[in-house]
Each structure stands twice: as C-alpha cells, then as structure tokens.
Ligand binder design. Structure first.
Ligand SMILES: C=C(O[C@H]1C=CC=C(C(=O)O)[C@@H]1O)C(=O)O
Length: 368
C-alpha cells in the first residue's frame, strides 16, 4: 500500500516530526503533509494554508501543519482487515454513562436545555503501529474521511469520520446537519424514530439560524440516510455562498448541536462539568485550510497556454472529529458519544455508544 508515502511517514515518526496523512471520502488519493520542525503552530486567524487540527473547547488552541511538503499517493490498494480480537463490549463505564444520560434528561425536563451530546472515553490495549492502523482505517471505511495525525506537541490521533463541518471553494459553501443513529441491520427499511428525527431537525435548524446573514442563498436538501460503518445517520446537506470570512463561519458553526447541544452555552457548561473527562480533539474539527487550487478558466487551447487564464481558487474542507481515537504508548483511548433529547432512553444511549465504538475497535488488531 502506497510504499513511498509509507516510508516517508515512518521516517517522520522515527524523527519525532509532525505530519498528517489522510484520505477524503470516496477518494483514491492518500495525502501526506509533513513539517520539518517540532514547532506547534497555533492558529490566530484562519488565513494560513495548511492542515488544521482543532479541539472541541477553545478553538483558539487549534494547531496547524503548514503546507510546505505534500505527497499525494494514488497507488493505495485496500487490504483485507481480519476481524479484530478487541471487538468486544467493555461494560465498565455503563453505570456512569447511564447516570450521566439520566442527569442530562432531567436537565432537559427542567428546561435548562433541549439537547445535549454526552460522551465517554475508554481505554484499550493497542500495540498496532500508527501506520498499520491507518491502513486498516483506509481499507475499512472508504466513504469516511480517514486520517492519522501526529505531532509531538499534540499527540497521535486517528479517525474515520462521516461528518463534514464545511467545504468552501472561494465563496461557494457547503455543510451538513448529521445526527440520529441506528445500527445497520436487516431492517434498514424501517422508519426512523421520532427521537432521531427531532434530534437531527434541531441541528439543521440551528445551522440555518447560525448562518443567517453570513451565507447567502442558503438552501437545505431533504433529510436522507447516510451509512457510516455499521451505523446509519440522518443527514441534510446545506449550501450557499459565503458573505463573510472563514473564521466567522467556523465560529458560527462550531460546535453544532450534533456534538454539543442546544442552547449552546448551557449544554456546553453541562458537558464540561458532568462528562468527567477532557474531550480534547474529539468533536473538534480537522482538515485542509485555504488550499490553493489552480484551474483553467477556458477549454480553448490558446487560452490554456496563457497563464493569465488560470484562476486560483481557495478551498477549505473541514471535518468533525468523530469516530476517533488517541494513541498512547501501548494503548488507545476511544471517544464516543450521542445526542440526548427528552425522548432518550438511557440504556439505548449506552448501546449507541457501544455501537459507535465498533468503528475504531474493528481496526485494532494487535493485542499482544
Ligand atoms: C457524537 C457523535 O456522533 C454525532 C454524529 C452523528 C450522530 C450522532 C447521534 O446520533 O447522536 C451524534 O450527534 C459520536 O459519534 O461520538
């Protein structure tokens, strides 16, 4: 699988230098971006060109790997990933999570907020190398944004997320409202429940209001079902034209009620106080920021030869950091959560986090 890029990644890891390797949904290309120093480049505005990695809380601490060295590998071939020996339910956090969800529901009933996304983090033994895990992710989840991020000042993270935070090409703008989950089973044709439909509608409504005055000609698709691994979600695509800069749009969108809640501040306060761990980069966002794309303006041959007819577009493509894990020396921390509304059933919400954890557990092979 992509030997030249793999060799470059291994060299970077051996030297303790930052890089990110990723593949966009349904793409053939695996991209690597490499940094030649250990500097932690903090983002102050969103005008730089590079790959951004932003936490859930306080996106002022977002980190950038500037676009200096980029390798694009198109020789990637998927491999067969055997069933993971780690793919089993760990129930040690069950009671805590169920109580957390009960507290969330009771706050909703008291009218403190309408929706809150509650999550947990658990640890598994993992001796697989980062590159082995990246290969397993790429082979297992072709329609997700798969990545491996390494920075000695930040950590090692991997994920396969189905959720776009935003895509922009100059002023053209797209995002999505993604929420509501059910397991992919024989009864896929079954209707979505009222709880899932409401929880996803809240996200769509929030995004439309948040972008009011910032994006022109805002238009939302119908609600559709999206498959992500062994899960199904509800999705609405939202498009328009940006009227303001990228920073203003990102700050209006993040965190959406797909990862935080509604109203934002009350839900966030509850999360920070009650979850009892630090989400760090889980439910933050990551991706290409201000990449230049050169396009020919005309198909006329004479024009193509003339540099003046080339146009340079600024493109950003950011994803929400879901279905992810953080690698430590000999273990992985897996992050999972779900949206809670007044109709949530705590036991089902626990099961949903168990189902979501399969996305990362399935790629862990090496349990020595
Ligand atoms: C918070 C997560 O998922 C979000 C995205 C899609 C569906 C979700 C849900 O049904 O709760 C969550 O809003 C997660 O995977 O950890």
């Amino acid at each position: 699988m992509f030997p030249a890029l793999k060799a470059r990644i291994n060299e970077q890891l051996a030297n303790g230098l930052p890089f990110v390797a990723y593949r966009k949904p349904n793409s053939d290309a695996v991209i690597g971006i490499f940094q030649s120093s250990t500097t932690v480049h903090k983002i102050s505005d969103y005008s730089s060109e590079g790959f951004i990695f932003a936490p859930f809380d306080d996106i002022g601490h977002a980190v950038l790997i500037p676009l200096h060295e980029k390798i694009v590998a198109t020789d990637y071939r998927p491999k067969v990933v055997p069933p993971s020996p780690k793919f089993q339910v760990d129930s040690t956090q069950r009671d805590f999570h169920i109580q957390l969800v009960q507290k969330g529901i009771s706050e909703i009933k008291k009218g403190h907020f309408k929706k809150v996304v509650l999550s947990r983090r658990f640890q598994v033994e993992a001796k697989d190398s980062p590159i082995e895990l990246l290969e397993n992710l790429l082979s297992s989840y072709t329609s997700a944004f798969c990545y491996l991020w390494y920075h000695p000042g930040v950590g090692t993270w991997l994920g396969a997320t189905p959720e776009i935070l935003l895509r922009t090409v100059n002023k053209e703008f797209a995002t999505m409202s993604l929420a509501g989950t059910k397991a992919l089973q024989a009864d896929n044709a079954s209707e979505w429940g009222a709880k899932e439909l409401e929880e996803q509608a809240l996200v769509t409504d929030y995004i439309e209001k948040a972008l009011n005055g910032k994006v022109a000609n805002l238009s939302a698709s119908g609600v559709e079902t999206l498959r992500a691994g062994i899960l199904l979600h509800l999705r609405t695509k939202i498009t328009g034209q940006s009227l303001v800069g990228l920073q203003e749009i990102i700050e209006a969108l993040h965190p959406t009620p797909a990862v935080c809640g509604l109203p934002l501040m009350a839900a966030k306060e509850f999360i920070l106080q009650q979850e009892n761990y630090d989400r760090q980069f889980y439910t933050g966002f990551l991706g290409e920021l201000n990449f230049k794309r050169t396009e020919q303006r005309s198909s006329n041959r004479k024009n193509q030869e003339n540099q003046a007819y080339k146009s340079v577009k600024r493109c950003s493509e950011l994803f929400v950091n879901l279905r992810c894990m953080q690698l430590l020396e000999d273990k992985a921390l897996i992050y999972v959560g779900g949206g809670i509304t007044v109709d949530s059933v705590p036991e089902k919400e626990w099961q949903e986090t168990v189902n979501k954890s399969s996305t990362m557990l399935k790629v862990l092979q090496n349990v020595r």
